[in-house]
Design a binder for this molecule. Structure first.
Ligand code: HQG
Length: 181
């Protein structure tokens, strides 16, 4: 079964609009799974615990994480709602990659990579993934981010707790960027 639509729906409510189905998400981004299932079904969505489990097991990107008692779920990255994921800063790899649209490049080299509507700038450990991310916005351009240098100069980085290939930071100034062919 193709669960892409259900996965997108879960991302939408857990990252951006829990209120769209009347769901409560706590300050740390957790939603009670029983409530999520009930409210999703009430809104006509084909979601249950088995479908959530299947999405989490079979997606190429790990977008969600369960609490240790397995009663709660939250998104591991991508939020625009005001939540504190309580992530601890971590030493990043030497370089990371950011995929964007070619149309954004001149503005990024003027103003840096900004989080825009999300809580963080999202970076990838691989060029391939950055290309996929950039392709969502137009003709993709990959930017090389000198993450280790940034970290040495005091910028904090966080690794997504659900998807280890995704790193988060608040802002990337232009001097730490290069275009990647
Ligand atoms: C761009 C998805 C002009 C930035 C993805 C990006 C990722 C600027 C867009 C995750 C700019 C924001 C996040 C500036 C930033 N001038 N454009 N100064 N600064 N931008 O969607 O990184 O599949 O909010 O380059 O795969 O594309 O949904 O961020 O193009 O991991 O799980 O502004 O979401 O994950 O776009 O994507 P987004 P993103 P999922």
């Amino acid at each position: 079964m193709d669960l892409t639509a259900q996965s997108k729906f879960l991302s939408h409510v857990l990252r951006h609009h829990p209120e769209s189905i009347g769901l409560e998400v706590d300050n740390n981004g957790w939603a009670k799974i029983s409530e999520l299932v009930e409210k999703a079904q009430h809104n006509g969505k084909n979601i249950d615990r088995d479908i959530i489990r299947e999405i989490m097991q079979n997606s190429s990107k790990q977008r969600f994480i369960l609490s240790s008692d397995r009663k709660y779920i939250r998104a591991g990255y991508g939020h625009s709602i005001d939540v504190d994921l309580q992530l601890k800063p971590k030493d990043p790899p030497e370089n990371l990659y950011h995929g964007t649209a070619r149309n954004n490049v001149s503005s990024i080299f003027a103003d840096g990579i900004q989080a825009q509507s999300r809580n963080f700038v999202h970076l990838s450990t691989t060029i391939d993934e950055a290309r996929n991310v950039g392709g969502r916005h137009g003709k993709p351009q990959i930017l090389l981010v000198f993450s280790k240098r940034m970290s040495r100069e005091g910028y904090d980085f966080y690794q997504s707790e659900s998807e280890e290939s995704i790193w988060l930071t608040n802002f990337v100034p232009p001097e730490f960027l290069e275009t990647q062919s």
